[in-house]
Design a protein around this ligand. Structure first.
Ligand code: SIN
Ligand code: FE2
Length: 221
């Protein structure tokens, strides 16, 4: 009998976990795409948060975000009363952000390629932690230097309702359920669409409990 291979392990994932849903001309949800990476992602987050803890950043308007955030990679996204920007230094630790583990890059590159964006080279990974009631209001990801590269967004833990809007904040937003292991990719004509996350309900995940961890991979610099 052959040893259990990665392929055989993947075979245990239900068929629908591998579904692809188009949410825009250049935007897809890859159901369950990150499931083989969950253990590696969680181990890495545990290391990253020792050096660069999750924190509630303050927005331009002076409000603390309900989502807690950290980063890994050459650049990390930060926010304070002066505005939003990418920085090589974590303002909390005064040190560079923890490096992006190779397995993160492999996952992000694989998901981007599967959605039609070849040779994605992320240099920033924002890690957002949501607790019940946390939300992310509609925004565009536009602090990156150019918009040619897509955004790759990985969801773990509790389910969330992702809002995928249009080019204007007032455009009606589609409600897209995101579950543990799902990866959303948007780029090209969809790169600057407004998006956000509805307040999370407390629907504890069997492994992660009452939290959702989201990773967004970007080419920022
Ligand atoms: C983001 O827009 O940066 C995060 C989206 C999400 O948490 O699904
Ligand atoms: Fe975003």
């Amino acid at each position: 009998m052959p040893a259990v291979s990665a392929m055989a392990t993947q075979d245990l994932i239900p068929i629908e976990a591998h579904g692809r849903e188009r949410i825009g001309p250049c935007a897809l949800v890859l159901r369950g795409f990150a499931l083989p990476y969950v253990a590696a992602l969680l181990r890495a987050v545990a290391d990253i948060e020792v050096c660069s803890p999750f924190r509630h950043m303050v927005t331009l308007g002076g409000f603390a975000m309900s989502v807690a955030l950290t980063n890994c990679g050459a650049l990390g996204w930060t926010s304070d009363r002066r505005g939003y920007r990418y920085s090589a230094i974590d303002p909390l630790s005064a040190r560079p952000w923890p490096p992006m583990p190779d397995v993160f890059r492999e996952l992000a590159r694989g998901a981007a390629a599967s959605a039609g964006f070849e040779a994605f080279q992320p240099d920033a990974c924002l890690i957002n932690r949501y607790l019940p009631g946390s939300r992310l209001s509609l925004h565009q990801d536009r602090n990156e230097r150019d918009f040619d590269a897509p955004i790759v967004s990985v969801s773990l833990g509790m389910p969330a309702t992702f809002l995928f809007g249009g080019a204007a904040r007032s455009d009606r937003a589609a409600k897209v359920p995101l579950h543990h292991g799902d990866v959303a990719v948007w780029g090209g004509a969809d790169r600057l669409r407004y998006h956000g996350v509805m307040p999370l309900k407390d629907e504890p995940h069997p492994w992660l409990g009452s939290q959702r961890i989201n990773f967004t991979f970007r080419k920022a610099g």
